[in-house]
Design a binder for this molecule. Structure first.
Ligand code: HEC
Length: 465
């Protein structure tokens, strides 16, 4: 009796989790007749009348937005690093419903690493002030909680905190107009929102009462605040960090994305495929008013086939056909390839992008992270990543490793057989340390998005372009 009650619940659970469960429980059937729209029947879309093979392929493969979601978006979602997954749970593009919810939704909301955030995904930050001080609220750039208790010996006349002192570090857009070096005060975080009546409301949503230090940042400005965290304050501070403070400079590069021309890009921008983050991530770059910008993060899902011209054409024509003035979108209607601007000559438009190229992406990562040791007159391990042309450096990597000569440093198409990948990922048995060595603590690793791009470059043949 117990078992039979439990069984359907378990089946439902394993379905909900997407597990292919080893327990052969019959999930049963759901009494539901789907009323799916018939492509083309209800809409006024005329089929494509031209003869371009890419357009015909796209139209055959992806007649509607539903097909696009099922065949293309789900394919990029299912790998370990698809556009759906490497932002942790966000964005969730797994169902047609959550896919349409991505229209107009912000991007990079929960990015794993700061360096993976694209400036144009940054939103206007929340604002900060001291409750006891009369100054205008200042936009939050970013913050970082350095774990541990703040040392007790800090004193304005003695030891001062620096960027690595345990406690809460807050970096603001403008200098704090306070003359003290340290003050005991309540730091308050404030958000603006628009209420039901359309009025702008100001809501202080979090605060922290402690000793605050006003420090100078790398530009010599009093924009770096440091909040002491003692043992009894850990819970309060963790609550504060988890309260979802919006950071105006989430990627910490000094550029406040929402201030660039006053607009940021959403995941899917109705009517504007080129200004949709999803498209930009798949292509590796974003078209802007003034040119193109590289979008950080892996260009395409690993372990999956990258999108080709018809795939990208379908996605772009779908987005172009979304009505920007609508408030809700559905996937059922036919994609209008006939009217789509990209149908004219899709293969000439670099729709699929160029991605993690050697000279555009991989070489700059290696030179800035490794060149200090692997360059100059006596490069470490005989590996010179600085001198010569981009292609000379690339060819140098296609040789056997000096540490483990049975491997090439890079073996095109095979990251697992590339010693460089071993040294960077810690995969396999390496001689010496994982790279890049950090002289301070002896080891370190590149951020995940950079590792992914290097791996993608090797996977796609370690080619020159
Ligand atoms: C602080 C200095 C330092 C930095 C930074 C550094 N390396 Fe190294 N690298 C070394 C030293 C020392 C060795 C030899 C000893 C060892 O492997 O631990 C080495 C060895 C290597 C080897 C083995 C070469 C061979 O022929 O077998 C590779 C590959 C390598 N490094 C790649 C990199 C890459 C890629 C980066 C940057 C992401 C990097 N290193 C950053 C110091 C450094």
């Amino acid at each position: 009796m117990k078992r039979s009650l439990l069984a359907p619940a378990l089946a439902a659970l394993s379905l909900a989790c997407g597990l292919s469960g080893s327990d052969p429980i019959d999930p049963g059937t759901i009494p539901f007749e789907p009323k799916r729209p018939t492509p083309g029947a209800s809409s006024q879309v005329a089929p494509y009348s031209g003869s371009n093979v890419d357009v015909l392929t796209a139209q055959r493969t992806y007649p509607t937005g539903l097909d696009l979601h099922r065949k293309l978006v789900m394919r990029t979602c299912s790998g370990t690093n698809g556009v759906c997954h490497n932002q942790k749970e966000y964005p969730d593009l797994h169902t047609p419903g959550t896919f349409t919810a991505a229209v107009g939704a912000p991007c990079n909301v929960q990015s794993g690493t700061a360096s993976g955030v694209y400036d144009r995904c940054e939103r206007l930050g929340d604002r900060f002030r001291f409750a006891e001080q009369a100054f205008r609220e200042i936009e939050v750039g970013w913050f970082e909680l350095v774990l541990g208790d703040t040392p007790e010996e800090l004193d304005p006349r003695g030891a001062r905190p620096d960027a690595s002192t345990p406690g809460l570090h807050l970096y603001l857009h403008d200098p704090v107009p306070v003359t003290q070096e340290r003050l005991n005060a309540t730091g308050t975080f404030i958000r603006n929102f628009i209420d039901d009546q359309g009025n702008v409301q100001t809501l202080p949503f979090a605060s922290y009462d402690t000793n605050w230090w006003i420090l100078t940042d790398e530009q010599g400005q009093r924009r770096h605040l440091f909040a002491e965290v003692n043992q009894y304050q850990h819970d309060t501070v963790e609550g504060l960090v988890a309260s979802g403070i919006v950071q105006g400079d989430q990627n910490r590069n000094g550029v406040y994305g929402a201030r660039i021309l006053g607009n940021t890009v959403p995941l899917i921008n109705p009517g504007k495929p080129e200004q949709s983050y999803l498209v930009a991530r798949l292509r590796g770059y974003m078209k802007t008013e003034t040119g193109t910008e590289t979008v950080p993060g892996t260009r395409m899902p690993l372990a999956n086939q990258p999108p080709n011209v018809p795939d990208m054409l379908a996605l772009m024509c779908f987005i172009e056909g979304l009505d920007p003035s609508a408030t809700q979108w559905t996937l059922g209607s036919a994609i209008d390839y006939n009217k789509c601007t990209y149908s004219v000559n899709p293969s000439a438009l670099n729709l699929a992008g160029s991605g993690a190229t050697w000279s555009g992406r991989v070489l700059p990562i290696l030179q800035s992270n490794c060149g200090g040791c692997h360059g100059g007159s006596n490069p470490q391990a005989g590996l010179d990543l600085l001198s010569g042309s981009a292609n000379e450096i690339r060819l140098r990597l296609l040789r056997p490793s000096s540490q483990q000569p049975s491997f090439q440093i890079v073996q095109g198409g095979q990251p697992e057989k590339s010693y460089l990948w071993h040294k960077l990922s810690g995969y396999g048995s390496i001689s010496g340390s994982r790279m890049p060595i950090n002289p301070l603590n002896g080891n370190s690793a590149l951020p995940e998005d950079q590792l992914n791009d290097i791996r993608a470059w090797i996977e796609y043949g370690a080619s020159e372009n």
